[in-house]
Write a protein of this length. Structure first.
Length: 607
């Protein structure tokens, strides 16, 4: 249209959603021609001083390019037309940074779909496939997918060189798109192509590392600090580039990369250390239970891990004093792989020894201020629990629980509270450990007498987990000691924690009934129980006047969600206001937070 205001821009989102099984030839011949026309018009309008119209034309250029991922969704002519698309996408990658993410996403789709078809795998998303997509897939056979991959492989040297150059020049890689695309092409490129690029990368990394070492040793002045920072950033980018090439590397190259990153595990720069631990965690990741198993199936991590297990265990202990806080999350990944591998190789002898070496570190990480690190520590503890439970000899998970419980004898409140949080997490995840947790109640009541805020918060969280995860019958056996322990401690504490005790008593009333709690409640505290009963009755009246429709909606919202750990909900300082259904929420999770998991998954190569 001559008048850009007449363009039906509302069509673009619809086209993006529904295009499948199209032809790349049409995109090259028709839509890229339109892109060039819009770019010329934008330049002309800019020279005429029509800034708004010029930007509208630029927006149309972006909108047309945004259709490329849809055109790469099972296209019918990849083998025939990709070579025509190669030149314009290389030019756009080099010159137009705004659409790099779109092009990278498109290339990844092409490679991943054809790899799945060739390997005889179903569509990875697991969702119901629409008829249009079914028709497009029906045109694909392993032979056709193989021909498509041959064309993509032929373009790999050019695209790997271009993408690597762009990656090294760019300051950011939003969403890890460049790294992910490099990894995909490395997985299908000829080995000598990847080997050559990797060799060049390692030579540059060695050179930059030496320069950084000289700069550090010579105590560069403040006016040269930018140069020093630039060296660290280049070194970090080269490490990222090297790890991007992992899918196409053989074992000798893998050993070379390991040798290169070993010194970086003790680097004074947190960014370099973090990158080094990330690379090591990827190398150690066992492919059968990794999301990106196809990506890393070209080299034998199991062989590498078995051959270097002793060296790696020794290395992890040696570098611990130099650990930077920013590298802790990736170090936890490394520890998990080492512990689980040792369990599979020699479950009876080495597992206990290796776990004992690193369990304290994992437990203390539960107290990390960084949310990602803290969450990863919880995940690692639970994953180790699953590994212990999967063994044929049985009873090992309780042994893990008891190992964590030894932390209750720690010398510092930090260690004690971390151990309590670990116990709470294990009891929350594994119902067979709830009975073991009840055995710790006497210790819990004693710890509550310590009058240390950190310890009190953790122990109240553990009690909250026990009440929430126990059936009424199980709680009845411990009801008297629970009520006595809570009330004995409540008399000599601050109002803030009194509110938390009241919350726990409310949970007990909901679980066991008002009469059962009344039977074990001391006479001097009956006033508190009366208050709880009145609050409960008011809530029940409110629910009674609610509409049938809202009741149905609430029922669906609270019964269909899966159990999910919520650290903040259990251990938060400020959880006293939302006491309505805390036990229900703990057992079923929160819908609003669960929705955040619908964000697109980051690549395994992303930091």
């Amino acid at each position: 249209a001559n008048d850009l205001s007449e363009v039906n821009v509302w069509l673009f989102p619809i086209l993006k959603q529904h295009i499948v099984g199209a032809r790349l030839g049409f995109f090259c011949e028709t839509l890229l021609g339109l892109v060039e026309e819009m770019k010329q018009r934008s330049r002309r309008l800019g020279l005429e001083g029509k800034v708004f119209s010029s930007r509208s034309a630029d927006a149309l250029v972006y909108s047309v390019w945004s259709l490329l991922p849809s055109f790469c969704n099972y296209p019918l002519d990849t083998a025939k037309s990709f070579k025509d698309l190669l030149k314009p996408i290389c030019s756009a990658l080099d010159e137009e940074h705004d659409i790099r993410g779109i092009i990278c996403s498109s290339l990844q789709i092409l490679i991943q779909q054809n790899k799945r078809i060739k390997e005889g795998k179903d569509d990875a998303d697991g969702a119901e496939i629409c008829p249009a997509k079914q028709r497009a897939i029906s045109h694909y056979t392993p032979e056709i997918a193989g021909e498509n991959l041959n064309v993509l492989t032929a373009s790999a040297p050019q695209l790997l060189k271009l993408l690597s150059g762009i990656f090294m020049k760019s300051t950011v890689d939003e969403g890890g798109s460049l790294q992910s695309t490099i990894g995909e092409f490395a997985s299908i490129a000829h080995k000598n192509v990847v080997r050559t690029l990797f060799k060049n990368t390692m030579e540059r990394l060695l050179e930059v590392t030496q320069q950084a070492g000289v700069a550090e040793a010579s105590n560069m002045q403040v006016d040269n600090s930018s140069s020093k920072s630039s060296l660290f950033l280049r070194r970090a980018r080269l490490i990222d580039l090297a790890v991007s090439l992992l899918p196409g590397l053989d074992e000798p190259a893998l050993n070379l990369l390991f040798i290169a990153i070993k010194p970086a595990l003790q680097d004074v720069d947190g960014l370099i250390q973090k990158k080094a631990y990330k690379v090591l965690s990827i190398i150690l990741r066992v492919s059968p239970h990794a999301n990106a198993s196809e990506l890393y199936s070209s080299f034998n991590q199991k062989g590498f891990l078995s051959a270097k297990l002793e060296e790696l265990l020794k290395l992890m202990i040696e570098v611990l004093p130099s650990l930077h806080f920013s590298a802790k999350r990736h170090r936890l990944d490394c520890l998990y792989e080492l512990i689980t591998h040792a369990s599979k190789v020699d479950p009876n002898l080495r597992r206990h020894e290796i776990l004992s070496s690193f369990l304290t570190e994992i437990i203390l990480a539960l107290k990390e201020a960084n949310k990602k690190t803290r969450n990863r520590a919880y995940e690692v503890l639970v994953q180790i629990g699953h590994e212990y439970g999967d063994q044929d000899d049985g009873g090992q998970r309780e042994h893990l629980f008891n190992m964590v419980a030894r932390g209750l004898a720690g010398e510092t409140p930090h260690m004690i509270s971390a151990a309590v949080k670990g116990l709470a997490r294990l009891a929350y995840e594994f119902s067979d450990l709830v009975s073991s947790a009840y055995k710790l109640l006497p210790s819990t009541y004693l710890l509550l007498q310590r009058k240390n805020r950190e310890i009190i918060k953790a122990n109240l969280g553990l009690l909250k987990v026990l009440v929430a995860k126990s059936q009424a019958e199980g709680l009845q056996a411990h009801l008297a000691s629970l009520v006595e322990g809570l009330l004995k401690w409540q008399d000599d504490t601050k109002n803030h924690f009194k509110a938390k005790v009241k919350l726990l008593l409310e949970m007990l009333v909901r679980k066991c009934g008002i009469d059962a709690v009344k039977a074990v409640m001391p006479e001097e505290h009956m006033k508190l129980l009366t208050n709880i009963r009145k609050i409960k009755e008011r809530k029940e009246k409110k629910q009674a006047v609610s509409s049938v429709e809202s009741k149905s909606h609430l029922s669906k919202a609270t019964t269909s969600r899966l159990s999910r750990w919520n650290h903040t909900k259990i251990f938060s300082d400020f959880g006293d206001d939302d006491t309505d259904d805390s036990d229900v929420e703990m057992a079923s999770g929160q819908k609003s937070k669960a929705s955040s998991k619908l964000k697109s998954k980051a690549s395994t190569l992303r930091s």
